[in-house]
Design a protein around this ligand. Structure first.
Ligand SMILES: C[S@@+](CC[C@H](N)C(=O)[O-])C[C@H]1O[C@@H](n2cnc3c(N)ncnc32)[C@H](O)[C@@H]1O
Length: 203
């Protein structure tokens, strides 16, 4: 923007471009120089280095397919625990996705991804129930997020047709389920993990 304005104020870009160079090529080159200089200055700043995200990549529109719905003992967000408890919920899989459940009985645990549809405004700094200090949103499991995706590792108790009976799910009644993945011990278990501020929290 800065360079674009400078060139516009020194040159009549419309006339110039029609004769010599495509206008967009000039502006793109200047934008590239501007980005390069911005990155260069950030590289040496105390805040460190980052790439500037292209404007058109800051938001994408997606149609999420709801593969199932949670039936839960927790009817409202106030009823639900902060993380899942040893209580049974059911996930009712939409009939269009039933074939995708093939072989699921072989897994004792699953990753469940759901859309926290009652989530409200989010903040990048949040307070958690686990301690008294504020933390960055991305270091917490707050349900209020830029993209309110919820995630739980659940224990699969039983599959009956299109119903999965599970334990340890904190989602409320009616929560849309957007994906299920198998919990694979060899891939997902990280015994050496360090949990930052939550390391010693009484979760
Ligand atoms: C702290 S969040 C953790 C969610 C998930 N286990 C995670 O780590 O992404 C759990 C809380 O989300 C809230 N919640 C559950 N289902 C929700 C929904 N469909 N929409 C918005 N909030 C929901 C409840 O208040 C529950 O206590």
């Amino acid at each position: 923007m800065f360079w674009r304005n400078i060139i516009k104020s020194f040159l009549n870009v419309n006339t110039l471009s029609s004769v010599f160079l495509p206008r967009n090529a000039i502006l793109q080159t200047l934008a590239g120089v501007h980005n390069y200089l911005t990155i260069l200055s950030l590289k040496n700043s105390p805040e460190g280095y980052y790439r500037k995200m292209p404007e058109n990549l800051k938001k994408i529109s997606v149609d999420l397919r709801i593969i199932g719905i949670v039936h839960s003992p927790y009817k409202t967000t106030k009823d639900a625990p902060f993380q899942g408890r040893n209580e049974v919920s059911e996930i009712e899989i939409n009939k269009d996705y039933i074939d995708g459940l093939k072989d699921i009985e072989g897994f004792s645990h699953l990753h469940i991804f759901y859309w926290l549809h009652k989530s409200e405004n989010y903040s990048l700094i949040v307070n958690t129930p686990w301690d008294t200090k504020p933390h960055g949103l991305f270091t917490t499991r707050s349900p209020h997020r830029a993209n309110p995706i919820g995630y739980s590792v659940v224990e699969l108790i039983e599959k009956k047709g299109n119903i999965l009976k599970v334990k340890w799910l904190d989602a409320i009644e009616g929560t849309p389920v957007i994906d299920i993945k198998p919990y694979i011990k060899k891939l997902d278990s990280k015994p050496i993990a360090i949990s930052g501020w939550a390391e010693n929290a009484n979760l």
